[in-house]
Design a protein around this ligand. Structure first.
Ligand code: ATP
Length: 198
């Protein structure tokens, strides 16, 4: 079974592309969603987060995301510590999930695929690319978010053009190129490639 990464910056369209793969019957591991849920479910991880960021991080056993975001998005050092706790637990969750799949190929969707150092365990990585202005406009509309807040989150990600150079395939998701034919072409390619894969 091939393991294919799917990455791209905030608002590039990863989830939109992932949904198309899912409709084609390809299972998708959504690393960002899993990372968020294990911060509330994995007892060992919860304890480490609480020890690092204080008792106020969990209120009635539920993560206070606003409190934690306020600490880590102001301080790259604290963010690096949080990532060093969450990433290994997410990688383990992905490995457990891979074991349960029996299809020609699976997709692992993650915004921080390269930043977390997990791209190396994958057979190929697809990058979803959209220009910065398009991404900002989409996220502003989707989340009703403030442009400065979005830009702040973007600062923690590798610059988009650089990220695309690290990818094996690129899906262009600007406003003028349709993504469906691009996904269909990749789907066909991975189905063929999986037959040669031992
Ligand atoms: P994040 O990293 O923030 O989760 P993402 O990369 O998963 O973002 P999406 O949520 O798929 O991005 O897309 C961002 C927003 O842009 C969504 O509201 C989505 O519906 C919209 N969008 C994505 N692609 C297109 C497109 N080609 N045309 C119009 N809107 C689009």
């Amino acid at each position: 079974m091939l393991k294919i990464g799917l990455t791209g910056g905030i608002g590039s369209g990863k989830s939109t592309v992932a949904k198309i793969f899912q409709t084609l019957g390809i299972p998708v591991f959504d690393a960002d969603t899993v990372a968020k849920s294990i911060m509330n479910e994995n007892a060992e991880l919860k304890l480490k987060i609480q020890q690092q960021f204080g008792d106020a991080t969990y209120k009635d056993d539920v993560l206070d995301r606003a409190y934690l975001a306020n600490i880590v998005f102001k301080d790259p050092y604290q963010l690096a510590i949080l990532n060093s706790l969450v990433h290994p637990a997410t990688i383990q969750a992905a490995e457990d999930w891979f074991q349960k799949q029996s299809v020609p190929y699976v997709i692992k969707e993650a915004a921080l695929l390269f930043e977390s150092g997990t791209a190396g365990n994958l057979d190929e990585v697809i990058g979803v690319y959209a220009p910065l202005t398009v991404r900002l406009a989409r996220v502003k509309k989707r989340d009703n978010a403030d442009i400065e807040a979005i830009k702040n989150r973007m600062k923690n990600q590798i610059e988009e053009e650089m990220k695309m150079k690290l990818c094996d395939r690129i899906i262009y998701n600007n406003d003028s190129e349709a993504i469906l034919p691009q996904v269909l072409q990749l789907h066909k390619y991975y189905l063929q490639k999986s037959q040669q894969h031992v």
